[in-house]
Design a protein around this ligand. Structure first.
Ligand code: LMR
Length: 398
C-alpha cells in the first residue's frame, strides 16, 4: 500500500522538538514548542500536582471506564474555571463540558460536532494562527479561510483589518479566536475590542470558537477569561476548547475540555447528547488521570491556592525573560526597537526574525525557533539568554 505514497512532512512544531532531541550540541536551546521550562531548563511537575497524585494513589479504588463525557466533578470544576464560579451560564445550565484529550482533542471534538450539522460552513482562523488549527479543522472536513489579525509593521494587532474581515463572515461560519495569549504572536485584543467582536458575532450570526489553551499565562486566571465572559453573555452558541497542558503542566496526561455554550438549557442537553456520540465513535471515553488531578486541585482550597502561586511563578518568569531579552538585544547592539516583546503576552513572541535568521541560528548555534519566527520565551533562562542574544546579533548582521 505504501510504496507509491510520499511521506508526510514533519510537524512544524513537534517535528522541531524531534530534531532538537537529536542535536548533540550541549549548548542547544529549544525556543520552539510551547512547553514551560523553569530557570534550570526543566519542565517540572507542579508541586500541587504531585500532592494530588499522591492522594490519588492512596485513595483510588478502580481503573474502570469513565463516562463518555468524563468525570462529572471535572466538568463542573472546569466550568467554574472557564466561565467563572458566579457565571449565569452555569446557574442557567446552558453550557455542557466534556473531558477531552488535551486542547487539541477538545478542538477536534468541537470541530467534529459542528461538522455533523453544518457541513457547508467555512472555518476562519487568524492570520497567522497556530499551525495545527488548519490541520484540525481541515481533518474534520471544513474549508479554512483567514481573517486579518497581526500587523508586521507595528508588531501589534491590526484591529481594523480584523473587524472588517469579521464583518463579512456569513452566518453559520465558524470563527476561531484565541481567548488570550495569541499563538503564535502573543498579541491580544483589549477589553473594548473583545466587546465589539462579541457584538458583531451576535449580530452577524457566525459562531465563535475560542481556543483557551493559555488561561493564567496572560494576566491571571480571572482576568484571562474576559473573552469567554463576553461571548457567554451574548447568549449565542459558542465553543470553548480548554487545555491544562500549560497551566497545570499536564502536557503528557492529555487533559483538556470542550465546553459548548448554548442559548438555553434545553439546547445544552441536545448538544451534550451529540458530543457523546462524537467521543464514543472516536476514543470512547477519556483518559482519567489528568482530569482527576485537575479536579482534585480545583476542588481543594489548599491545592488551588498552591496552584495559583505556581502558575504566577511561571507567568512572572516568562515576563522577566521578555524584559531580559529586550535588554539583552539592546546590549548586543541589535538594530531595531524590540520593546514589542514586552507588550506581547503569554508564552510566545513573534520576533520578526526572518527565515534566514531562524535557519542560521539553528545551523550555527543549535537555537531552535519555529518557522515564521515564533519564539517560546519560556525556553530562555538566565544561563542561556546572553548566548542567545549574542547569536541573534551575529545572525542579524549577516
Ligand atoms: C505549541 O504551539 O507549541 C504548543 O501548543 C504545542 C503544540 O502542540 O503545538
Amino acid at each position: 500500500m505504501w510504496k507509491d505514497i510520499q511521506p508526510a512532512p514533519p510537524d512544524s512544531i513537534l517535528g522541531l522538538t524531534e530534531e532538537f532531541k537529536k542535536d548533540p550540541n550541549p549548548e542547544k536551546v529549544n525556543l520552539g514548542v510551547g512547553v514551560y521550562k523553569d530557570d534550570q531548563g526543566n519542565t517540572p511537575v507542579l508541586r500541587c500536582v504531585k500532592r494530588a497524585e499522591k492522594e490519588l494513589l492512596e485513595t483510588q479504588q478502580t481503573k474502570s471506564y469513565l463516562p463518555i463525557s468524563g468525570d462529572p466533578a471535572y466538568a463542573s470544576a472546569v466550568q467554574r474555571l472557564v466561565l467563572g464560579a458566579d457565571s449565569e451560564v452555569i446557574s442557567s445550565k446552558r453550557a455542557v463540558t466534556i473531558h477531552a484529550p488535551g486542547g487539541t482533542g477538545a478542538l477536534r471534538v468541537g470541530a467534529d460536532l459542528i461538522h455533523l450539522f453544518n457541513k457547508e460552513a467555512s472555518v476562519w482562523v487568524s492570520s497567522p494562527t497556530w499551525a495545527n488549527h488548519n490541520g484540525i479543522f481541515a481533518a474534520a472536513g471544513f474549508g479554512i479561510k483567514q481573517y486579518g489579525y497581526y500587523d508586521p509593521q507595528s508588531k501589534g494587532l491590526d484591529f481594523d483589518a480584523m473587524y472588517n474581515d469579521l464583518q463579512k463572515i456569513p452566518a453559520g461560519d465558524v470563527v476561531v479566536l484565541h481567548a488570550c495569549c495569541h499563538n503564535p504572536s502573543g498579541v491580544d485584543l483589549n477589553v473594548e475590542q473583545w466587546q465589539q467582536v462579541a457584538e458583531l458575532a451576535a449580530k452577524a450570526g457566525w459562531i465563535p470558537f475560542l481556543d483557551f489553551a493559555y488561561q493564567g499565562f496572560g494576566d491571571g486566571i480571572d482576568e484571562d477569561r474576559f473573552a469567554v465572559e463576553v461571548f457567554a453573555a451574548a447568549g449565542i452558541d459558542c465553543y470553548v476548547a480548554s487545555s491544562f497542558s500549560k497551566n497545570f503542566g499536564l502536557y503528557n496526561e492529555r487533559t483538556g475540555a470542550m465546553t459548548v455554550i448554548t442559548p438555553s438549557a434545553e439546547e445544552a442537553v441536545v448538544a451534550l447528547s451529540h458530543l457523546k456520540t462524537v467521543v464514543r465513535t472516536n476514543y470512547s471515553n477519556p483518559p482519567a488521570h489528568g482530569g482527576f488531578i485537575a479536579s482534585m486541585i480545583l476542588n481543594s482550597p489548599e491545592l488551588s491556592a498552591m496552584w495559583l502561586e505556581e502558575l504566577a511563578e511561571m507567568r512572572n518568569r516568562i515576563r522577566d525573560m521578555r524584559k531580559s531579552l529586550v535588554a539583552g538585544l539592546a546590549a548586543q547592539g541589535v538594530d531595531g526597537d524590540f520593546s514589542f516583546i514586552e507588550r506581547q503576552r503569554g508564552m510566545f513572541s513573534f520576533s520578526g526574525w526572518s527565515d534566514d535568521v531562524v535557519s542560521q541560528l539553528r545551523k550555527t548555534k543549535s537555537i531552535y525557533i519555529v518557522g515564521g519566527g515564533r519564539i517560546n520565551l519560556a525556553g530562555l533562562t538566565t544561563s542561556n539568554i546572553d548566548a542567545v542574544c549574542a547569536a541573534v546579533a551575529e545572525a542579524m548582521k549577516q
